[in-house]
Write a protein that binds this ligand. Structure first.
Ligand code: BEZ
Length: 397
């Protein structure tokens, strides 16, 4: 029997969307890469759970708008490898109270950022949103913007395409049910212990989503993050012809609860008779990912069903096919994504590249490229300075 190979140039810890994308880009650079996934590949346990995500260009910061624009060629490149449509371009509709600032941003600031970068969009009044997009009973003060390049991401097909490309690559090895139980540093190498044995590499990419602490604690640091066990549900279409864009509603919180919701069109890749609508808040954030359950919060579901009943047309407001998705969010205000090296008090920190926290499905093919640049070249031509606040994101243990 051939001996299991032990030595790699790069070990990628975490085999979700970011890990698979990074391995794909490393493989394209002929880098001998091992991906370690603690569960099975394409699972429901972390931030790559579910089947759809939003691709949207509006952000309140122009650097984020630019970051999405920069991601587009990488989506096109990934799309060239599969006949399955990865982005269903139904457009992005942002609407609601223009003064509300949410975790996703703010409508007025997003309009300015789009203008700065000459991204076309249409401004809408409350009446126009109701007439053109099937919403109802919206306050007259609500405004909106529609940006036609927004899309519903077929997340499962994205993961499958990356997984298949990696399976075919002579440079990428993928191991599932292979949690990292030990990380040791030697002079120029890392020694990663798993139930399947010990593996050695020159570089590490750490991308296990909300499980990041289980890896970085072994390197004696921790992340400042909070964890959301996000709820989602599907609502049956009463009118089979009705179609929504991807949308997000910005509203002030009612009492201490959130009041932001988002939704998708019906898609042929999942429950095509239904539309997905979800709350963009949790009633109880978690301090540790181990506190998560796979049970959606009934109150969050009830608020969502009520919003569907009050403000959407053509849907039965009974939630079906409910699910959860676990995500880590940085405690550093307004800075969603962390794309960086390990903090400099970690030995060999320049050989340890991390992506953590925030909503990044829209960047999957692009972040794989950036993490590969950082791993192989120590730098990337893309502007990631906003995601590199070093010590602020992490604490040493
Ligand atoms: C996003 O586009 O980043 C997003 C959309 C809905 C919920 C959470 C995040």
């Amino acid at each position: 029997m051939p001996k299991t190979k032990k030595n790699y140039e790069v070990i990628v810890i975490g085999g979700g969307a970011m890990g698979l994308s990074t391995a794909y880009h490393l493989g394209k650079k002929k880098t001998d890469t091992l991906v370690l996934e603690q569960f099975r590949f394409i699972n429901q346990m972390g931030s790559s759970a579910g089947v759809s995500r939003q691709f949207r260009i509006p952000y309140p910061e122009s650097y984020m708008v630019q970051f999405v624009l920069d991601s587009e060629p990488y989506w096109d490149e990934l799309q060239s490898h599969t006949p399955v449509k990865l982005l269903d371009k139904v457009g992005t509709l942002w609407f609601g109270d223009p003064s509300v600032k949410s975790t996703e941003g703010n409508i007025s600031q997003a309009e300015k950022a789009l203008q700065q970068l000459n991204v076309p969009y249409t401004s809408l009044t409350s009446k126009e949103i109701e007439e053109q997009y099937h919403f109802k009973n919206l306050p007259e003060t609500y405004t909106g913007l529609f940006q036609a390049d927004g899309a519903s991401i077929d997340l499962r097909a994205t993961l499958q395409t990356l997984y298949d490309l990696n399976s075919k690559s002579p440079y990428v090895t993928m191991k599932e049910e292979c949690p990292v139980i030990g990380v040791k540093q030697h002079k120029d190498t890392f020694e990663i212990t798993t139930p399947e044995g010990t593996f050695i590499s020159e570089k590490l990419v750490i991308v296990p989503g909300p499980y990041i602490d289980s890896v970085i604690n072994q390197l004696n640091f921790t992340i400042r993050a909070t964890y959301w066990n996000m709820t989602s549900a599907y609502f049956k279409k009463l009118d089979p012809k009705i179609q929504y864009p991807t949308w997000f509603v910005f509203q002030n919180a009612v009492g201490s609860n959130g009041n932001q919701f988002y939704g998708f069109p019906s898609v042929d890749w999942n429950h095509p008779e239904y539309i997905r609508v979800a709350p963009d808040f949790v009633i109880q954030p978690l301090t540790n990912p181990n506190q998560r359950t796979l049970v959606p919060n009934p109150q969050e579901l009830a608020y969502t069903a009520q919003w569907v009943k009050d403000h959407m047309t053509g849907l039965d407001p009974t939630p079906h096919y409910t699910s959860t998705c676990l995500i880590a969010l940085s405690d550093v205000p307004t800075k969603e994504l962390i794309i960086d090296f390990a903090p400099n008090y970690v030995p060999n920190h320049q050989d340890i590249v991390l992506y953590a926290t925030g909503w990044a499905a829209k960047f999957v093919p692009f972040l794989g490229k950036i993490l590969t640049d950082l791993t192989l070249d120590g730098k990337t031509p893309y502007d990631i300075k906003h995601f590199q606040l070093g010590h602020k994101y992490f604490k040493s243990l």
